[in-house]
Design a protein around this ligand. Sequence first.
Ligand code: BES
Ligand code: MN
Ligand code: MN
Length: 454
Amino acid sequence: MKNVITYINSNNNRYISELKDFLRIPSISITLKHKKDMIKSADFVAKKLKEAGIQKVKVIKTKGNPLVYAEWLGAPGKPTVLIYGHYDVQPVDPLELWDTPPFDPTVKNGKIYARGATDDKGQIFMHIKSVEAFLKTAGKLPLNIKFVIEGEEEIGSRNLQNFVNKNSKLLKCDAILISDTALFGPGIPTITYGLRGIAYMEIEVTGPNRDLHSGTFGGAVANPINILAGMISKLMNKDGHITIPGFYDDVIKITKSEKENIKKLKFSEKNYAKTLGVKELKGEKTYSTLERTWIRPTLDCNGIIGGFTDKGAKTVIPSKVTAKISMRLVPNQDPIKIAKLFTKYIKQITPKSVTVKVNDLHGGYPIVVSLNDKATIAASKAIARAFGKKTVFMREGGSIPIVITFAKKLKASPVLMGLGLNTENLHSPNEHFNLNHFHLGILSSAFFFDEFSK
Ligand code: BES
Ligand code: MN
Ligand code: MN
């Protein structure tokens, strides 16, 4: 291990400069506009895996963005880890709120600023670089490695779902290592043992067959925006409880011991509110903030499109309005069932004065991993070794829909060893990644290979 660590330490600057090359590619998956950049990004990952010393690397075409598969199986009899991550990134809007251009990576105060820095390019790169350190020093790894890096995580991983379902032999492994989550706080080694699921819906409300003058027609027909706003407000009561019938039926209640463990974590609701710039925190009654975001399901409107939104004042009753609504789910809620309950309830509360259409955009299952799992134990030892501190365990409010598919299909347990921070502006302007965590993440990855091979 000594040579591996020395290599990682002495190549740090080059690692950062290569990460910058990766971050310059605008691999935004939500539109088709960046098709070429998706291919460029996949090719970049493949090239870096080859440069790390892995010979078997493939860029695999899908109906959507390509995925990168690589394997190094030179340790027969030893366990196999599958490393998963995503090279696609979120859109950059609102662009004017970025201090430096999103695809011109800039280092300031030990942090690298760019879209995708923490979610998830910087974190994928840690594993590629720890593999490089082993292969360039020892010429081998202490266990077998497979990589699956996709380009559609931010849009629901549909093509990877298909790929995993069809290729369970190819992907056979003993653990799935994922760095796409956050540390509990700066400098705190963390393993995440739970992710929420998601059901992402769209509601279209249509009123009159065309936009109308709001003076001439105001008072004659229902305004779709007014109606939709009223419908949205019916989805939750004043206690923050979701009112969709059956919504909570499959929710597993938090155990006493988990509640106590969460309470033990050093977390200040006051500081949290302050960093978010809000006067008070708000959520489901009788639960703490960590409980509300980790172990309770939630519902949020993500956007409303409709009516006149330009500068100035245009008097109009819009013909149509759309709302995007996502629900975060916890075990054992099923996104398909939740989507059906949502659709049924929306139809039920839609007044006769408008018509409604509900679309199910995508979904993902929640997951909770056992803390007694071998890979989880190895990861908690590894990250503690890198940071020189005791590991803490947390759950996460975000979702990574492919994780449950991997776990079920490959019958291997996922390990969420993320090095990001929830304050690193993922999905938001000025996304960044702490370069000290990047470095410690490369060491954690190397220590994981060591620990898990034993
Ligand atoms: N890396 C995130 C998940 C995440 C978010 C982990 C926050 C830790 C903290 C992932 O890239 C993501 O954004 N997932 C989406 C999934 C969705 C698009 C299906 C999410 O959670 O919104
Ligand atoms: Mn991510
Ligand atoms: Mn993301």
